[in-house]
Write a protein that binds this ligand. Structure first.
Ligand SMILES: [Fe+2]
Ligand SMILES: [Fe+2]
Length: 331
């Protein structure tokens, strides 16, 4: 850990879109660079710092809000199954029985290049009603890619729409890499404290509980394995738990993941943040989650990227691992 503190003053990239920046540096990735390649290097690439300015390109997206207006005016919604579509890494589309859709954590490559090539293509421009992100790391924050009427980025508190209720709880990112690749040491090397309370904003996290169709799903994101005490009071009973455990133990170790499963006692566990050959390059340093899954007492290797869960069926399950493996939606 150096005693030299980096200047985290916001920088501006002159109103250009990510893909037009040479070599593809965005304002958000600039903050990632504070923990990756260092702000000095990023500032050099930019040719200096300027005033902060928003970079949203959502005004260019096709379509309109007619679907959302329809659901806004509906007085009742269909009963039935909850859809879970896996888009690789930590990206899920959840579809309520009434047809409302949320995309969580769309991914992209780090535009600064500091963390290398992780993904084999751009995140699909899928049509959803709501896009949500748990934190500002590149592998969770491509919120401009889905075509959505609403963007709830790092939302804390409660949101209700149609037959959905979503609660966001602010906590912190895992800050000590448990696996062979000590990526959190890179933050220390550039003078940033990865762990709270003085962590940079990109190590803040929001976990989400989604309630729909009688099923409560916890989107863990990259949260630390030992969240603040208030977290446990807030989340209540969880039916479906997503957890970032892969063979390299990049975010959580097998032991940490197992301890969380034992504490939360969900009906269903869905591994995330692992290497899917469909979406993710070996350069990410991630590994598949097969070994973790096969070490569990009950698991299913799913043969597609889509899952349909009925509350009545889920109620009879106990820590059933459902693993998407290399299946991922690409459109
Ligand atoms: Fe992260
Ligand atoms: Fe991540």
């Amino acid at each position: 850990m150096t005693d030299k503190k980096l200047d985290l003053t916001p920088a501006q990239v002159n109103g250009q879109r990510d893909e037009q920046m040479a070599p593809g540096l965005s304002r958000r990735s600039f903050f990632m660079a504070a923990g990756a390649s260092g702000l000095g290097a990023a500032a050099t690439m930019l040719g200096g710092t300027r005033e902060a300015k928003a970079q949203s390109t959502d005004w260019l997206q096709p379509g309109n809000n007619n679907r959302v207006i329809g659901m806004q005016e509906a007085s009742s919604f269909a009963q039935g199954a909850v859809g879970i579509d896996f888009y690789g890494h930590c990206a899920f589309k959840i579809t309520s029985p009434g047809g409302a859709t949320i995309m969580f954590d769309p991914w992209r490559d780090d535009p600064s290049g500091a963390w290398g090539l992780w993904f084999k293509q751009k995140f699909p421009e899928t049509l959803v009603d709501i896009t949500m992100s748990t934190h500002t790391h590149f592998d969770h924050d491509a919120i401009d890619r889905p075509q959505s009427t609403m963007v709830l980025d790092r939302m804390v508190g409660t949101f209700e729409f149609a037959d959905l209720k979503i609660t966001g709880y602010a906590d912190k990112h895992a800050c000590v890499a448990p696996g062979w690749y000590p990526w959190t040491d890179a933050l220390a090397e550039f003078g940033v404290e990865a762990c709270p309370p003085n962590n940079p904003g990109h190590m803040d996290m929001v976990t989400y509980v989604v309630e729909t169709g009688g099923i409560r799903t916890l989107i863990w994101g990259d949260n630390r394995p030992d969240p603040a005490d208030g977290f446990w009071d807030q989340i209540g009973e969880i039916d479906v738990l997503t957890l970032p455990v892969d063979g390299s133990e990049h975010i959580l170790s097998y032991e940490q993941g197992n301890a969380l499963v034992d504490r939360i006692k969900p009906k269903v566990v869905i591994p995330t943040h692992y290497l899917s050959e469909t979406t993710t390059y070996t350069l990410s340093t991630l590994q598949p989650a097969d070994d973790w899954v096969k070490g569990q007492k009950s698991f299913k290797m799913l043969d597609s990227a889509s899952l349909s869960l009925e509350a009545g069926d889920v109620a009879g399950m106990d820590r059933e691992f459902m693993y998407f493996g290399h299946n991922a939606q690409t459109t």
